[in-house]
Design a protein around this ligand. Structure first.
Ligand code: ADP
Ligand code: MG
Ligand code: ZN
Length: 472
């Protein structure tokens, strides 16, 4: 009789349009408090909002990229509540006619997390608690948001995290947001309930508000799941409420009872006109979308025959995915290219931010040249690795580090002679190998590499040495 977790996510994504949703103030993050504001976005009486067309377009992009239907006709509504970060005492949002509906994101386990709706709305200001006082910064007020709401389809913490990561990557690929969780441009409300495995219908849920770290989301979900199970097992009932995650103590704690939609007294905003989008406009936006991460992954594994782990790492950063593709020109074994990127290049870019920026000195043309030389066996892999290190240090091309003679390699007769010398000079190792100690051959090959300054083809040398020993 085990318990199952049920979760649905409400994700807020700040859109990276230049200006705010209803005025021409900048959407830039940070800045001196209350300097990115005007009478409209601080809600002075008598001002009139005017919807930023780019916001609608960005939201439609997000909807199409997550398989949603787009409404031709929608509208803005007022959601009424009082809180100091919301000077008008209502948030302009969308209630019963959201711009996008009925989408989904597919997870790697084959399950689809259904998206109920995506609507546009304005962000609120920010309370700053400092020196025992509370201050308000309205810079964020009126920054455009989309809220992406899922069905309660999530059944594990892993699924929740994968959903957010996939959503985040899609938003980044289509360029509607910088989705920086630490700056709050992607935040999640996590709704959780539990039920007995096999039970139909859902239990009462709680909602953990405003999470902006994957690590905290996982911890909060783990805690909340255990808390609910414990209450139910001891015969108690779950109270539907809004909770917050306290990261200092790693617990969730009650914030307030749950509001119903009725509490918000939603009504259409009389200051804003109907939003009308034609099918043609929707199709134009669809055509302008780039290849999405899921499609790229499929292509890299199927057409490029990359292992899944390689493909997943490459598509995680759009810039790197593109660099990889450019470096693959005329290359038959694409895995060779991915090895250099995920190996030697990633070693130099340990953090996520560094990979994101991907500022390395080797251009895709230069990497391509190197890979083509190794693929045609003009350069052995040993030398190629060394050369790549020097290229990464200096930004110079392959030909700056190798000579014609390096590329011609060693002819067969010469290689055989060197192998004979190597065996003669390493009699002990040869005998050990003969008596079954496979690894002993390593020191003989090492000798050959040293003699040839890495020019010898290790695989060919190994074959020759094995034969020499066996026939001795
Ligand atoms: P509200 O807008 O009042 O927060 P919704 O019905 O729109 O409520 O649901 C909000 C989120 O809660 C959705 O993501 C939904 O999937 C999720 N949810 C609804 N019921 C449950 C439940 N019993 N357990 C877990 N999540 C739920
Ligand atoms: Mg909610
Ligand atoms: Zn403004």
């Amino acid at each position: 009789m085990s318990w199952e977790l049920v979760a649905g996510l409400e994700t807020h994504v700040e859109l990276s349009t230049k200006t705010k949703i209803f005025c021409r103030c900048t959407t830039q993050f940070g800045g001196e408090p209350n300097t990115h504001c005007c009478p409209v976005c601080i809600g002075l009486p008598g001002t009139l909002p005017k919807l930023n067309k780019a916001v609608v377009e960005y939201a439609v992009r997000a909807g199409l990229a997550t398989n949603c239907n787009i409404r031709n006709i929608s509208k803005m509504d007022r959601k009424n509540y009082v809180y100091p970060d919301l000077p008008k005492a209502y948030q302009i949002s969308q209630y019963d006619k959201p711009l996008c509906e009925k989408g989904y994101i597919e997870l790697s386990d084959g399950n689809k997390i259904n998206i109920t709706r995506i609507h546009i709305e304005e962000d609120a200001g920010k309370l700053i608690h400092q020196r025992g006082d509370t201050y308000i910064d309205y810079n964020r007020g009126g920054v455009p948001l989309i809220e992406i709401v899922t069905e309660p389809d999530i059944r594990s913490i892993e699924q929740a995290i994968e959903y957010i990561e996939k959503l985040r990557l899609i938003m980044k690929y289509i360029g509607v947001s910088d989705v920086k969780m630490q700056e709050g441009s992607l935040r999640c409300d996590v709704n959780i309930s539990v039920r007995k495995k096999g039970q139909e219908g859902y239990g009462t849920r709680t909602e953990i508000k405003n999470m902006n770290s994957l690590n905290f989301i996982a911890k909060a979900m783990e805690y909340e799941f255990a808390r609910q199970v414990e209450i139910l097992e001891s015969g108690g009932e779950i109270v539907q409420e809004t909770r917050r995650y306290n990261s200092d103590q790693n617990i969730t704690e009650s914030m307030r009872g749950k509001e119903d939609a009725d509490d918000y007294r939603y009504f259409r905003d009389p200051d804003l006109v109907t939003i009308a989008i034609s099918d043609d406009e929707i199709e134009n936006i669809r055509e302008s979308l780039p290849e999405l991460p899921g499609e790229k992954l499929k292509r890299f594994t199927e057409e490029f025959a990359l292992p899944l782990e390689d493909a997943e790492l490459l598509i995680r950063y759009k810039k790197i995915a593109e660099y990889f593709e450019q470096s693959c020109r005329n290359v038959t074994t694409k895995k060779l290219v991915s090895n250099y990127i995920l190996g030697q290049m990633f070693r130099r870019l340990p953090t996520d931010t560094e990979k994101e920026e991907f500022s390395i000195k080797v251009s895709s043309e230069q990497l391509n040249e190197l890979v083509l030389l190794t693929e045609t066996k003009k350069l052995n892999s040993n030398m190629a690795r060394n050369v790549l290190e020097q290229m990464l240090d200096t930004g110079k091309g392959v030909m700056d580090f190798i000579s014609e003679s390096d590329m011609t390699g060693i002819d067969e007769g010469d290689l055989r002679a060197i192998c004979e010398k190597a065996v003669a000079n390493n009699q002990k190792a040869a005998e050990e190998y003969k008596s079954g100690k496979e690894k002993a051959i390593g020191s003989i090959i090492g000798f050959i590499m040293k003699e040839t300054k890495g020019k010898a083809d290790a695989a060919a040398a190994t074959e020759i040495v094995k034969q020499l020993i066996i026939n001795s």
